[in-house]
Design a protein around this ligand. Structure first.
Ligand code: ZN
Length: 186
């Protein structure tokens, strides 16, 4: 009796599988979400900050997932002096450098999420608006907002859905990525 039931179960599963095989002929594009493995082995005291920044981006976007230490699409480095910056080798791949001197003045989490934003395809926008993540240091040392705006987050989701041109997805170096506050002329 048991074996008859087992054979019946196998037959039902096989039938269901065959039916599914027909219905998933055109899988949804969302199934191609990219996993970005970030490596914090050289992030020094900013490894935890990188994890926080990854959570912020994961919560704000779709089509990509930042995951810790499963590979090295993105390497994060702690440096001293020279300014924080990002090197994007392609969309979702590259290196982020966090300058300890800048991180002592500005919010380290805002710097981290900003620089990762470059890896995710965003350019700088130095308009001084603290509600934007990509305004970076232009918003001043008092701005600690680490969250991308809806517009910024949606652009990243769209980039990873493949709806922008190759130029938008290309490699780039964001050297002077975190400018200091402009000194008022007295
Ligand atoms: Zn920047």
């Amino acid at each position: 009796m048991t074996s008859r039931l087992s054979r019946l179960a196998v037959a039902l599963v096989a039938t269901a599988g065959a039916t599914l095989g027909v219905t998933v002929a055109n899988p949804a594009p969302a199934s191609a979400a990219m996993t970005i493995c970030y490596n914090t082995s050289q992030a020094g005291s900013y490894a935890g900050t990188a994890n926080q920044a990854a959570s912020i981006w994961n919560n704000a976007t779709v089509n990509l997932t930042l995951s810790a230490n499963c590979g090295s699409n993105l390497r994060i480095y702690q440096i001293t002096g020279g300014g924080s910056y990002a090197v994007r080798t392609s969309l979702g791949n590259g290196r982020v450098y966090i300058d300890t001197q800048q991180a002592a003045q500005y919010s380290p989490l805002r710097i981290m999420t900003h620089e990762i934003g470059h890896i995710l395809g965003l350019p700088d926008n130095y308009n001084g608006n603290c509600s934007l993540l990509m305004s970076g240091g232009s918003a001043g040392t008092s701005c600690t907002n680490p969250y991308p705006s809806t517009t910024e987050a949606n652009r990243v989701s769209s980039l990873f859905a493949g709806t922008f041109s190759a130029t938008d997805r290309s490699a780039d170096i964001f050297r002077d990525s975190w400018p200091s506050v402009l000194t008022p002329v007295s």
